[in-house]
Design a protein. Structure first.
Length: 264
C-alpha cells in the first residue's frame, strides 16, 4: 500500500516529474475537439447528479480506504463532475452488474477500469479512453514453468468474473476459475490451487506487492484501453464527458491523479 501516495504535496511534485511514465499513462486516444464540457442548450439532461457505478475491488482505480471509496477512477469522475457542474455519487457493485445498471438507468455511467471491447459496445457506448492498460499474468513466486503468455495453454487460470481477463483466459484454456474478487484469485495462486491469474496490470502489481508468494510476469497478456461506459444512445452525455476529459487531459489533471496512485 506504500505506493498509494496520499499527500497532495507528493502528488504535485510527482505529477511534474512522471509525465508519460505511469503505466496507466497519458492516453493516446482521439478526443473530440468539437465537444465541450460547457454544455449550453442541454435539453434532455436536467439532472445535477451523476450516478457512477463501479466495483471497489480494483486498486488503485477503485478501492475502500476505511468507509470511503477512493482511487484513480473515483478522482477522475469527481473532476469530470466538477467540470460539468454535477454532483458525483459512487455506487459500488459487482463488476458484471455495472453494464446492466447503466442499461436499466440505475446508474448514469460506469467507471471501473473498464476496457473498451466490441462485445460491450453492443450494450453500452464508451467515452474517449483515459488510461492505457494491459492484462498481466500473476503466478506463484516459486513457479519456474510459466514465463510468458504462451506457457498458459491448458493451465488453470483464475480471473475476475466478467472481465477481459475472463474473456482472454478462455482463449487459451478450458480451465478458467472465476472469482468475484481479483484478490480471491490471487490467494488461490499463492496457495497453489490454480496456476495463474490474468488481471489488469496495475491491480496485479498491487496484489503481488502485498504477498511475496506472488510474482507478476514482465510480458503482458494483452494491451487495452479504459473508458467510461454510458447508456447506449446517450451521445449527449458521452460528448459532455468527452469535453470534460479533454480539458482534464490538457490541463494535466488526469496525469496528476494517475501519478498520485501509480508511482513508477
Ligand atoms: N479492465 C478489465 C475489464 O474491463 C477489468 C475491470 C475490473 O475488474 N474492474 O474487464
Amino acid at each position: 500500500m506504500k505506493k498509494y501516495l496520499k499527500s497532495i504535496a507528493a502528488m504535485a511534485v510527482i505529477s511534474v516529474m512522471a509525465l508519460g511514465i505511469a503505466g496507466c499513462g497519458s492516453s493516446d486516444s482521439k478526443t473530440d475537439e468539437s465537444s465541450n464540457a460547457n454544455t449550453e442548450g442541454t435539453t434532455t439532461e436536467e439532472k445535477d447528479t451523476l450516478v457512477v457505478a463501479t466495483n471497489a475491488e480494483f486498486p488503485p482505480y477503485e478501492y475502500y480506504e476505511g468507509q470511503e471509496i477512493v482511487g484513480i477512477d473515483v478522482e477522475i469522475m469527481k473532476a469530470v463532475g466538477e467540470k460539468l457542474g454535477m454532483e458525483v455519487t459512487i455506487e459500488d457493485m459487482a463488476f458484471d452488474s455495472i453494464i446492466p445498471a447503466i442499461q436499466s438507468g440505475k446508474a448514469d455511467i460506469g467507471a471501473a477500469g473498464m476496457t473498451v471491447t466490441e462485445d460491450r459496445l453492443a450494450n453500452v457506448d464508451f467515452t474517449d479512453t483515459y488510461c492505457h492498460a494491459s492484462q498481466a499474468i500473476i503466478v506463484n513466486a516459486s513457479n519456474e514453468e510459466i514465463k510468458t503468455a504462451d506457457d498458459l495453454t491448458g493451465k488453470t487460470i483464475g480471473v475476475q468474473l466478467g472481465t477481459t481477463g475472463d474473456m482472454y483466459a478462455g482463449d487459451v484454456t478450458e480451465n478458467v476459475e472465476r472469482y468475484n474478487k481479483g484478490f480471491e484469485a490471487a490467494m488461490a495462486v499463492a496457495q497453489g490451487k490454480i496456476d495463474a491469474v490474468v488481471i489488469d496490470d496495475q491491480v496485479a502489481k498491487s496484489l503481488a506487492e502485498g504477498n511475496d508468494q506472488l510474482k507478476v510476469l514482465d510480458e503482458p497478456f494483452t494491451e487495452e484501453d479504459y473508458a467510461i461506459a454510458v447508456k447506449k444512445g446517450n451521445t449527449e452525455l458521452v460528448e459532455k464527458i468527452n469535453g470534460a476529459l479533454t480539458e482534464l487531459k490538457e490541463d494535466g489533471t488526469i496525469q496528476s491523479i494517475i501519478d498520485k496512485y501509480i508511482a513508477e
